[in-house]
Design a binder for this molecule. Structure first.
Ligand code: SF4
Length: 87
């Protein structure tokens, strides 16, 4: 599947439209562990109710999006998914 096929269709249904990016991406300065936990929880709450969550996650995995929360998963969680061996 190409990027052109993946991208345009799902963004219109995103629950995070209008939400501030600060929930989904770390701040330019440092954040404490508690601040990160709270930020990620706020983002996941939006993602959990998002109608296009699967498409969003599929897109982020496809483009190997290196930053932020996409489809309810952090970059570290997506990396683990990508590198899970298939048997
Ligand atoms: S799953 Fe989360 S990051 Fe993706 S479009 Fe929905 S609210 Fe936004």
């Amino acid at each position: 599947m190409s990027l052109a096929q993946l991208e345009p269709t799902w963004r219109a249904g995103a629950a995070c439209q209008g939400a501030t990016a600060e929930h989904f991406f770390p701040p330019p300065t440092t954040e404490t562990r508690d601040e990160r936990t709270a930020r990620e929880a706020a983002a996941r709450e939006l993602c959990n109710g998002c109608a296009v969550r699967d498409a969003c996650l599929e897109y982020a995995l496809y483009v190997q999006e290196p930053y932020g929360i996409w489809g309810g998963l952090t970059e570290a969680e997506r990396r683990r998914l990508r590198y899970t061996p298939v048997h």
